[in-house]
Write a protein that binds this ligand. Structure first.
Ligand code: PLP
Length: 390
Protein backbone atom coordinates (compact mmCIF):
# COMPACT_ATOMS: atom_id res chain seq x y z
CA UNK A 1 0.00 0.00 0.00
CA UNK A 2 1.20 3.51 -0.83
CA UNK A 3 2.76 5.16 2.26
CA UNK A 4 0.98 8.25 3.52
CA UNK A 5 3.05 11.10 4.89
CA UNK A 6 1.27 13.38 7.36
CA UNK A 7 4.26 14.66 9.29
CA UNK A 8 4.93 17.84 7.36
CA UNK A 9 5.53 19.95 10.48
CA UNK A 10 8.60 17.76 11.07
CA UNK A 11 9.79 18.19 7.51
CA UNK A 12 8.41 18.38 3.98
CA UNK A 13 9.33 16.60 0.77
CA UNK A 14 11.66 18.79 -1.29
CA UNK A 15 9.77 19.95 -4.38
CA UNK A 16 11.09 18.39 -7.62
CA UNK A 17 11.65 21.89 -9.04
CA UNK A 18 13.72 22.77 -5.96
CA UNK A 19 15.99 19.76 -6.42
CA UNK A 20 16.35 20.50 -10.12
CA UNK A 21 17.32 24.12 -9.41
CA UNK A 22 19.92 23.01 -6.86
CA UNK A 23 21.68 20.37 -8.93
CA UNK A 24 23.83 22.64 -11.16
CA UNK A 25 25.18 24.30 -7.99
CA UNK A 26 26.42 20.91 -6.80
CA UNK A 27 28.10 20.17 -10.13
CA UNK A 28 29.24 22.86 -12.57
CA UNK A 29 28.57 26.07 -10.57
CA UNK A 30 30.64 25.13 -7.55
CA UNK A 31 32.45 28.43 -7.07
CA UNK A 32 33.03 30.07 -3.71
CA UNK A 33 30.76 33.11 -3.58
CA UNK A 34 33.66 35.16 -2.18
CA UNK A 35 35.95 34.44 -5.15
CA UNK A 36 36.70 37.24 -7.62
CA UNK A 37 36.49 35.10 -10.80
CA UNK A 38 33.42 34.33 -12.89
CA UNK A 39 32.60 31.10 -11.09
CA UNK A 40 32.56 33.03 -7.82
CA UNK A 41 30.36 35.70 -9.38
CA UNK A 42 27.87 33.03 -10.49
CA UNK A 43 27.54 31.79 -6.91
CA UNK A 44 27.32 35.37 -5.61
CA UNK A 45 24.49 36.13 -7.99
CA UNK A 46 22.72 32.91 -7.03
CA UNK A 47 22.88 33.89 -3.35
CA UNK A 48 21.58 37.37 -4.12
CA UNK A 49 18.62 35.92 -6.01
CA UNK A 50 17.92 33.46 -3.19
CA UNK A 51 17.87 36.30 -0.64
CA UNK A 52 15.52 38.28 -2.86
CA UNK A 53 13.12 35.33 -3.25
CA UNK A 54 13.09 34.76 0.51
CA UNK A 55 12.53 38.50 1.08
CA UNK A 56 9.60 38.45 -1.35
CA UNK A 57 7.95 35.53 0.46
CA UNK A 58 7.72 37.55 3.68
CA UNK A 59 7.26 41.06 2.28
CA UNK A 60 10.72 42.24 3.39
CA UNK A 61 12.08 45.45 1.88
CA UNK A 62 14.93 43.67 0.10
CA UNK A 63 17.48 40.87 0.04
CA UNK A 64 19.79 42.88 2.31
CA UNK A 65 17.39 42.14 5.18
CA UNK A 66 17.91 38.39 4.77
CA UNK A 67 20.80 36.60 6.50
CA UNK A 68 21.15 33.13 4.98
CA UNK A 69 22.09 30.43 7.46
CA UNK A 70 21.73 26.75 8.33
CA UNK A 71 18.10 26.66 9.45
CA UNK A 72 15.52 27.71 11.98
CA UNK A 73 17.54 26.72 15.03
CA UNK A 74 20.49 28.88 14.04
CA UNK A 75 18.21 31.77 13.09
CA UNK A 76 16.48 31.60 16.48
CA UNK A 77 19.84 31.52 18.28
CA UNK A 78 21.15 34.51 16.34
CA UNK A 79 17.95 36.46 16.95
CA UNK A 80 18.05 36.06 20.73
CA UNK A 81 21.74 36.83 21.08
CA UNK A 82 21.72 39.72 18.59
CA UNK A 83 18.50 41.11 20.05
CA UNK A 84 19.95 41.21 23.54
CA UNK A 85 23.25 42.67 22.33
CA UNK A 86 21.35 45.46 20.58
CA UNK A 87 19.33 46.35 23.69
CA UNK A 88 21.98 47.38 26.17
CA UNK A 89 20.69 48.72 29.46
CA UNK A 90 17.57 46.55 29.35
CA UNK A 91 17.58 43.31 31.32
CA UNK A 92 14.29 41.49 30.71
CA UNK A 93 13.17 39.08 28.02
CA UNK A 94 9.74 37.66 27.18
CA UNK A 95 8.92 34.32 25.51
CA UNK A 96 5.89 32.03 25.56
CA UNK A 97 5.70 28.68 27.33
CA UNK A 98 5.17 26.87 24.03
CA UNK A 99 8.15 28.13 22.01
CA UNK A 100 10.36 25.67 20.16
CA UNK A 101 13.34 24.41 22.19
CA UNK A 102 15.60 26.50 19.89
CA UNK A 103 14.19 29.52 21.73
CA UNK A 104 13.28 28.10 25.15
CA UNK A 105 16.55 26.32 25.85
CA UNK A 106 18.64 29.35 24.91
CA UNK A 107 16.34 31.81 26.71
CA UNK A 108 16.72 29.87 29.97
CA UNK A 109 20.46 29.64 29.46
CA UNK A 110 20.81 33.36 28.77
CA UNK A 111 18.62 34.21 31.75
CA UNK A 112 20.99 32.27 33.96
CA UNK A 113 24.32 33.35 32.51
CA UNK A 114 23.46 37.00 31.92
CA UNK A 115 21.21 37.52 34.92
CA UNK A 116 18.28 38.47 32.78
CA UNK A 117 14.76 38.32 34.08
CA UNK A 118 12.87 35.90 31.84
CA UNK A 119 9.07 36.13 31.62
CA UNK A 120 7.50 32.93 30.27
CA UNK A 121 3.95 33.77 29.20
CA UNK A 122 1.39 30.97 29.60
CA UNK A 123 -1.24 29.79 27.12
CA UNK A 124 -4.83 28.65 27.74
CA UNK A 125 -6.25 25.18 27.08
CA UNK A 126 -6.72 26.13 23.41
CA UNK A 127 -3.07 27.13 23.09
CA UNK A 128 -3.88 30.87 22.93
CA UNK A 129 -1.36 33.28 24.43
CA UNK A 130 -2.39 35.05 27.65
CA UNK A 131 -2.24 38.60 26.31
CA UNK A 132 -2.98 40.17 29.71
CA UNK A 133 0.06 38.47 31.21
CA UNK A 134 2.14 39.52 28.22
CA UNK A 135 1.09 43.15 28.67
CA UNK A 136 1.79 42.98 32.38
CA UNK A 137 5.32 41.72 31.69
CA UNK A 138 6.12 44.36 29.03
CA UNK A 139 7.99 47.39 30.34
CA UNK A 140 10.79 49.83 29.59
CA UNK A 141 13.13 47.12 30.94
CA UNK A 142 12.13 44.66 28.20
CA UNK A 143 15.00 44.07 25.80
CA UNK A 144 13.43 41.46 23.56
CA UNK A 145 10.16 39.62 23.01
CA UNK A 146 10.39 36.35 21.09
CA UNK A 147 7.18 34.59 20.05
CA UNK A 148 6.31 32.00 17.45
CA UNK A 149 3.90 32.82 14.63
CA UNK A 150 2.58 29.24 14.53
CA UNK A 151 3.06 26.45 17.01
CA UNK A 152 4.67 23.32 15.59
CA UNK A 153 2.60 20.87 17.68
CA UNK A 154 -0.88 22.41 17.48
CA UNK A 155 -0.66 24.88 14.61
CA UNK A 156 -2.14 27.61 16.85
CA UNK A 157 -1.26 31.10 15.58
CA UNK A 158 -0.22 33.95 17.86
CA UNK A 159 -1.27 37.51 16.90
CA UNK A 160 2.37 38.52 16.47
CA UNK A 161 1.73 41.52 14.22
CA UNK A 162 -0.56 43.17 16.78
CA UNK A 163 1.78 42.24 19.63
CA UNK A 164 4.71 43.83 17.75
CA UNK A 165 2.94 47.22 17.95
CA UNK A 166 2.80 46.97 21.74
CA UNK A 167 6.39 45.75 21.95
CA UNK A 168 7.62 48.70 19.90
CA UNK A 169 5.62 51.08 22.10
CA UNK A 170 7.96 50.23 25.00
CA UNK A 171 11.03 50.44 22.74
CA UNK A 172 11.82 46.73 22.86
CA UNK A 173 12.76 44.43 19.98
CA UNK A 174 10.36 41.84 18.56
CA UNK A 175 11.53 38.51 17.15
CA UNK A 176 9.15 36.03 15.56
CA UNK A 177 9.84 32.35 14.91
CA UNK A 178 7.93 31.86 11.66
CA UNK A 179 9.44 28.47 10.84
CA UNK A 180 6.03 26.75 10.73
CA UNK A 181 4.07 29.72 9.42
CA UNK A 182 6.06 30.61 6.31
CA UNK A 183 4.51 29.18 3.18
CA UNK A 184 1.36 28.19 5.10
CA UNK A 185 -0.03 31.62 5.96
CA UNK A 186 0.64 34.95 4.26
CA UNK A 187 3.43 36.94 5.94
CA UNK A 188 3.79 40.60 5.04
CA UNK A 189 6.51 42.32 7.00
CA UNK A 190 6.05 45.56 5.08
CA UNK A 191 2.86 46.04 7.08
CA UNK A 192 4.33 44.99 10.42
CA UNK A 193 6.74 46.19 13.07
CA UNK A 194 8.51 42.88 13.59
CA UNK A 195 12.30 43.37 13.84
CA UNK A 196 13.57 39.84 13.25
CA UNK A 197 11.96 36.67 11.87
CA UNK A 198 13.26 33.10 11.58
CA UNK A 199 12.68 30.84 8.60
CA UNK A 200 13.62 27.27 7.68
CA UNK A 201 13.69 25.90 4.13
CA UNK A 202 12.83 22.29 4.91
CA UNK A 203 9.38 23.19 6.27
CA UNK A 204 8.37 24.65 2.91
CA UNK A 205 9.50 21.98 0.46
CA UNK A 206 13.10 23.19 0.40
CA UNK A 207 16.29 21.43 1.50
CA UNK A 208 17.37 20.74 5.07
CA UNK A 209 20.26 22.78 6.45
CA UNK A 210 19.06 26.07 4.98
CA UNK A 211 17.22 28.90 6.64
CA UNK A 212 17.34 32.60 7.23
CA UNK A 213 16.97 35.34 9.75
CA UNK A 214 15.16 38.43 8.54
CA UNK A 215 16.70 41.51 10.16
CA UNK A 216 14.96 44.83 9.66
CA UNK A 217 17.17 47.46 8.00
CA UNK A 218 19.12 49.51 10.48
CA UNK A 219 19.25 46.87 13.20
CA UNK A 220 22.88 45.95 13.89
CA UNK A 221 23.54 42.23 14.32
CA UNK A 222 26.24 40.85 16.58
CA UNK A 223 27.17 37.57 14.80
CA UNK A 224 27.04 34.13 16.43
CA UNK A 225 30.27 33.02 14.76
CA UNK A 226 33.18 35.17 13.72
CA UNK A 227 35.23 34.62 10.60
CA UNK A 228 35.03 35.97 7.05
CA UNK A 229 32.68 38.83 6.28
CA UNK A 230 30.01 36.72 4.59
CA UNK A 231 26.35 37.78 4.80
CA UNK A 232 27.40 41.39 5.48
CA UNK A 233 29.42 40.29 8.47
CA UNK A 234 26.34 38.79 10.12
CA UNK A 235 27.06 35.09 9.48
CA UNK A 236 30.62 34.01 8.79
CA UNK A 237 31.50 30.87 6.82
CA UNK A 238 31.51 29.87 3.16
CA UNK A 239 27.90 29.84 2.03
CA UNK A 240 26.07 26.63 1.12
CA UNK A 241 25.12 27.94 -2.30
CA UNK A 242 23.13 24.92 -3.50
CA UNK A 243 21.03 24.87 -0.32
CA UNK A 244 20.45 28.62 -0.53
CA UNK A 245 19.40 28.29 -4.17
CA UNK A 246 16.98 25.53 -3.18
CA UNK A 247 15.60 27.69 -0.38
CA UNK A 248 15.13 30.56 -2.81
CA UNK A 249 13.23 28.35 -5.26
CA UNK A 250 11.08 26.90 -2.46
CA UNK A 251 10.29 30.44 -1.26
CA UNK A 252 9.34 31.50 -4.78
CA UNK A 253 7.02 28.51 -5.17
CA UNK A 254 5.54 29.03 -1.71
CA UNK A 255 4.80 32.69 -2.43
CA UNK A 256 2.78 31.78 -5.50
CA UNK A 257 1.00 28.87 -3.82
CA UNK A 258 0.38 29.92 -0.23
CA UNK A 259 -3.24 31.02 -0.64
CA UNK A 260 -4.40 28.14 -2.83
CA UNK A 261 -2.54 25.49 -0.85
CA UNK A 262 -3.83 26.95 2.40
CA UNK A 263 -7.49 26.66 1.51
CA UNK A 264 -7.06 23.19 0.00
CA UNK A 265 -5.20 21.87 3.05
CA UNK A 266 -7.71 23.45 5.43
CA UNK A 267 -10.60 21.72 3.61
CA UNK A 268 -8.86 18.33 3.88
CA UNK A 269 -7.89 18.90 7.52
CA UNK A 270 -11.42 19.99 8.41
CA UNK A 271 -12.91 16.92 6.72
CA UNK A 272 -10.52 14.70 8.68
CA UNK A 273 -11.39 16.37 11.98
CA UNK A 274 -15.15 16.65 11.59
CA UNK A 275 -15.53 13.06 10.49
CA UNK A 276 -13.40 11.76 13.38
CA UNK A 277 -14.99 14.00 15.99
CA UNK A 278 -18.42 12.70 14.97
CA UNK A 279 -17.37 9.07 15.00
CA UNK A 280 -15.02 8.76 17.99
CA UNK A 281 -16.21 9.49 21.52
CA UNK A 282 -13.80 11.35 23.79
CA UNK A 283 -11.78 12.79 20.92
CA UNK A 284 -10.62 16.40 20.96
CA UNK A 285 -9.01 18.58 18.28
CA UNK A 286 -6.54 20.83 20.05
CA UNK A 287 -6.69 24.54 19.37
CA UNK A 288 -9.75 24.11 17.15
CA UNK A 289 -11.30 27.26 18.69
CA UNK A 290 -8.15 29.32 18.07
CA UNK A 291 -6.80 30.64 14.78
CA UNK A 292 -4.69 27.79 13.40
CA UNK A 293 -2.43 26.84 10.53
CA UNK A 294 -4.47 25.30 7.72
CA UNK A 295 -2.43 22.09 7.68
CA UNK A 296 -2.28 20.96 11.30
CA UNK A 297 -4.58 18.80 13.41
CA UNK A 298 -3.50 17.66 16.86
CA UNK A 299 -5.91 15.05 18.20
CA UNK A 300 -6.14 13.90 21.80
CA UNK A 301 -8.18 10.82 22.61
CA UNK A 302 -9.06 9.87 26.17
CA UNK A 303 -7.76 6.37 26.91
CA UNK A 304 -5.58 6.10 23.79
CA UNK A 305 -1.97 7.17 24.25
CA UNK A 306 -0.63 9.18 21.34
CA UNK A 307 2.57 7.13 21.15
CA UNK A 308 0.48 4.00 20.61
CA UNK A 309 -1.67 5.73 18.00
CA UNK A 310 1.40 6.83 16.04
CA UNK A 311 2.94 3.37 16.26
CA UNK A 312 -0.16 1.58 14.98
CA UNK A 313 -0.63 4.15 12.21
CA UNK A 314 3.00 3.66 11.21
CA UNK A 315 2.30 -0.07 10.88
CA UNK A 316 -0.58 0.82 8.58
CA UNK A 317 1.79 2.93 6.43
CA UNK A 318 0.69 6.31 7.80
CA UNK A 319 3.47 8.57 9.14
CA UNK A 320 2.39 10.99 11.86
CA UNK A 321 4.01 12.45 14.93
CA UNK A 322 3.20 12.81 18.61
CA UNK A 323 4.81 16.15 19.25
CA UNK A 324 7.96 17.99 18.38
CA UNK A 325 10.11 15.77 16.16
CA UNK A 326 13.17 16.45 18.28
CA UNK A 327 11.37 15.08 21.34
CA UNK A 328 10.18 11.96 19.50
CA UNK A 329 11.49 8.69 20.81
CA UNK A 330 12.47 10.23 24.13
CA UNK A 331 8.96 9.77 25.62
CA UNK A 332 9.28 13.14 27.25
CA UNK A 333 5.99 14.85 27.89
CA UNK A 334 5.36 17.63 25.42
CA UNK A 335 5.98 21.02 27.02
CA UNK A 336 3.41 22.47 24.62
CA UNK A 337 0.63 20.13 25.74
CA UNK A 338 1.67 20.49 29.39
CA UNK A 339 1.32 24.27 29.05
CA UNK A 340 -2.22 23.79 27.68
CA UNK A 341 -3.41 21.25 30.29
CA UNK A 342 -1.84 18.66 32.57
CA UNK A 343 -4.40 16.07 31.52
CA UNK A 344 -3.57 16.56 27.83
CA UNK A 345 0.11 15.97 28.46
CA UNK A 346 -0.71 12.64 30.11
CA UNK A 347 -2.09 10.91 27.00
CA UNK A 348 -0.36 13.17 24.50
CA UNK A 349 -1.77 14.17 21.14
CA UNK A 350 -1.30 12.77 17.68
CA UNK A 351 -0.27 15.38 15.17
CA UNK A 352 -1.45 15.14 11.59
CA UNK A 353 0.32 17.73 9.49
CA UNK A 354 -0.70 17.97 5.86
CA UNK A 355 1.08 19.45 2.86
CA UNK A 356 0.19 20.45 -0.69
CA UNK A 357 0.88 16.79 -1.60
CA UNK A 358 -1.93 15.51 0.65
CA UNK A 359 -5.06 14.41 -1.21
CA UNK A 360 -8.56 13.06 -0.53
CA UNK A 361 -7.39 9.48 -0.83
CA UNK A 362 -4.87 10.04 2.01
CA UNK A 363 -7.60 11.43 4.24
CA UNK A 364 -9.94 8.54 3.34
CA UNK A 365 -7.25 6.05 4.40
CA UNK A 366 -6.73 7.79 7.72
CA UNK A 367 -10.49 7.86 8.29
CA UNK A 368 -10.71 4.15 7.52
CA UNK A 369 -7.85 3.31 9.88
CA UNK A 370 -7.88 5.65 12.85
CA UNK A 371 -11.18 4.75 14.58
CA UNK A 372 -9.95 1.12 14.74
CA UNK A 373 -6.65 2.26 16.22
CA UNK A 374 -8.37 4.26 18.95
CA UNK A 375 -10.72 1.35 19.70
CA UNK A 376 -7.85 -1.11 19.89
CA UNK A 377 -5.84 1.06 22.27
CA UNK A 378 -8.87 1.60 24.45
CA UNK A 379 -9.49 -2.14 24.55
CA UNK A 380 -12.83 -1.85 22.81
CA UNK A 381 -14.04 -4.71 20.61
CA UNK A 382 -14.08 -3.54 17.03
CA UNK A 383 -13.34 -4.95 13.63
CA UNK A 384 -9.59 -4.58 12.89
CA UNK A 385 -9.04 -1.46 10.84
CA UNK A 386 -7.90 -1.67 7.24
CA UNK A 387 -4.17 -2.24 6.94
CA UNK A 388 -3.63 -3.04 10.62
CA UNK A 389 -1.85 -6.26 11.41
CA UNK A 390 -3.46 -8.17 14.29
N1 PLP B 1 11.14 26.70 15.26
C1 PLP B 1 10.04 25.94 15.07
C2 PLP B 1 8.70 26.49 15.43
C3 PLP B 1 10.15 24.67 14.53
O1 PLP B 1 9.07 23.91 14.35
C4 PLP B 1 11.45 24.18 14.18
C5 PLP B 1 11.62 22.80 13.65
O2 PLP B 1 10.87 21.91 13.95
C6 PLP B 1 12.56 25.00 14.40
C7 PLP B 1 12.37 26.25 14.94
C8 PLP B 1 13.96 24.56 14.05
O3 PLP B 1 14.17 24.64 12.67
P1 PLP B 1 15.33 23.77 11.95
O4 PLP B 1 14.84 22.36 11.91
O5 PLP B 1 15.46 24.38 10.59
O6 PLP B 1 16.56 23.95 12.76
Amino acid sequence: MRPIYLDNNATTRPDAAVVETMLPYLTEFFGNASSAHDLGATSRLALKRARESVAALIGAAGGDEIVLMSGGTEADNLALRAGLAASEGRDEMIVSAVEHPAILALAHRLAKTRRLRLHVIPVDAQGRLDLDKLRAALSMRTALVSLMWANNETGVLFPVEAIAQEVKAVGALMHVDAVQAAGRVVIDLAASRIDMLSLSAHKLHGPKGAGALYVRRGLAVEPLVYGGGQERGRRAGTENVAAAVGFGKAAELAASRVRGDGSRMAALRDRLESSLLQGVAGLRALGAEAPRLPNTSALACVGAEADGVAMLLNRAGIAVSTGAACAAGSHRQSHVLAAMSAELAEFGATRFSLSRDTDDEDIDRVLATLPGVFARLRGEARKPAAGLAA
